[in-house]
Design a protein around this ligand. Structure first.
Ligand SMILES: *Cc1c(COP(=O)(O)O)cnc(C)c1O
Length: 449
């Protein structure tokens, strides 16, 4: 039984257990308090209030244990309260909590940067600096690219998501809810097509070549390649609906960047740290970005993000031009070191690939039987299904199926430009029996029984 003194982490019983309806009375009470204390702009996917989490489950204030297919949006890839993270953070919090790395530095920050320089794609000389959030990482990558190139324009893609700050909201494609009413937006941002195989008008076979040609033509004709500081792209579009660009698209864009002195920035905030069955999603097609932005899975839930890139780019910025009060906080750095140890020692890259195999085989099989499933896609533990009106490609909103899953104790997230994608991001440490049980709940919800 879960009591207030039980800790989270992998020792939590790895089981789905519903003892009340979802949400239960205690969560409903807390949700009412939330409604009067927190503005509605801060939405809620599933209004159960969490008391513990670990392995593949989230336990709520009523004692329900839910199967977690969300990982707090691809953050707790090593599991909640992962032992190596907990141990390091507990020691650090008792030693010192903050100095500001720019005032008096400490070793763990440097160690995280050394590790990212070594682990990210490419064996060129690299530098890394640390910030607090994915948006801050992307924003800083653009600052560096502009400074290093002396150019201003930034090119982004349809279906892209890069954050909620003024610049990153501008880089983001989708109006509602991210941009509506929040203008004016930042200048010098240009959007070009993404190779979205399922929705490419002439079909998936032509998608990579045609989309790349259109994107490059737009850059040349509407912006001028010589004005472009950076191209910012997610190797798999996350919030946009887990869109894997058609194979060949990313290499073509990269080649164009190289030929024109444009900084290629990979936003791996959602795809990084073993999530896709590679340590970084760029590895799948051998993409070596000039700058890579990471966050989410980096520190097991402690706020941390990183900008890693070619030393000649990052070293071009003057002393004091980069940073922030909390960036690379010592607790977050220790957590990141615990995450990297866990990924290595628990073989989580292989584990993510295994999760992908299990999910894709069951979901492809389901697609044969369920006519609202238009597409099944993704890699590793980053898998999605796109829902359509049967016999068409018209988007079918995913909220109803998600709600059915939630009621059965399976936490799933939605995504997609058209809100018609169910996305699955289980912790990589999820045991197989929970993964299978979660998929069975999903199958039932989709089959309409
Ligand atoms: C979540 C996300 C961001 C923003 O990260 P925050 O930590 O929420 O600021 C940026 N890019 C991608 C691809 C993301 O998934």
């Amino acid at each position: 039984m879960t009591t207030a003194t039980t800790h989270g982490g992998p020792q939590l019983p790895q089981e789905r257990r519903l003892v009340t309806e979802i949400p239960g009375p205690r969560s409903r009470e807390l949700f009412e308090r939330k409604q009067s204390a927190v503005p509605p702009g801060i939405g809620t996917t599933l209004p159960v209030f969490v008391t513990h989490a670990g392995g593949g489950v989230v336990v709520d204030a009523d004692g329900n244990s839910l199967i977690d297919f969300g990982s707090g949006i691809a953050v707790t890839s090593v599991g909640n309260a992962a032992p190596r993270v907990v141990e390091r953070v507990q020691k650090q919090v008792a030693d010192f909590t903050h100095t500001c790395f720019m005032v008096t530095p400490y070793e763990s920050y440097v160690e995280v940067c050394e590790k990212l320089n070594a682990l990210t794609p490419g064996d060129h000389e690299k530098r890394t600096f640390l910030v607090n959030s994915g948006a801050e990482a992307v924003e800083n990558a653009v600052k560096v690219a502009r400074h290093a190139t002396g150019r201003q324009a930034v090119v982004v893609f349809d279906h892209g998501y890069h954050g909620r700050t003024l610049l990153t909201m501008t880089l983001t494609a989708k109006n509602m809810p991210y941009k509506q009413g929040f203008g004016p937006f930042a200048p010098e941002v240009y959007r070009v097509p993404l190779a979205y195989p399922f929705r490419w008008p002439t079909g998936p076979e032509n998608c990579a070549d045609e989309a790349a040609a259109q994107a490059i033509d737009m850059i040349n004709k509407q912006v001028g390649a010589e004005n472009v500081a950076a191209v910012v792209i997610e190797p798999i579009a996350g919030e946009g609906g887990f869109i894997e660009p058609a194979r060949g698209f990313l290499p073509k864009i990269l080649e164009f960047c190289r030929a024109n002195g444009i900084v290629f920035i990979a936003d791996e905030v959602q795809t990084g740290f073993a999530r896709t069955g590679d340590l970084f999603a760029c590895e799948d097609e051998g993409i070596v970005p000039d700058i890579i932005c990471t966050a989410k899975g980096i520190a097991g839930g402690l706020p941390l993000a990183a900008v890693t890139g070619r030393s000649e780019l990052l070293d071009s910025v003057h002393v004091g031009g980069l940073g922030g009060t909390y960036g690379g906080n010592p607790l977050a750095c220790e957590a990141a070191l615990g995450v990297l140890e866990t990924i290595e020692q628990e073989n989580l890259v292989e584990r993510a690939a295994h999760i992908g195999e299990v999910m894709l085989s069951r979901l492809h099989e389901l697609r044969e039987r369920v006519d609202i499933i238009g597409d099944v896609r993704g890699r590793g533990a980053m898998i999605a299904i796109e829902l359509v009106v049967p016999g068409t490609k018209d988007p079918l909103p995913a909220g109803e199926i998600a709600a059915k899953c939630h009621a059965e104790g399976l936490l799933v997230l939605t995504a997609g430009t058209y809100g018609n994608v169910l996305r699955f991001l289980p912790p990589l440490v999820m045991p197989d029996h929970l993964l299978e049980e979660g998929l069975s709940i999903l199958e039932k919800a989709l089959s309409g029984d």
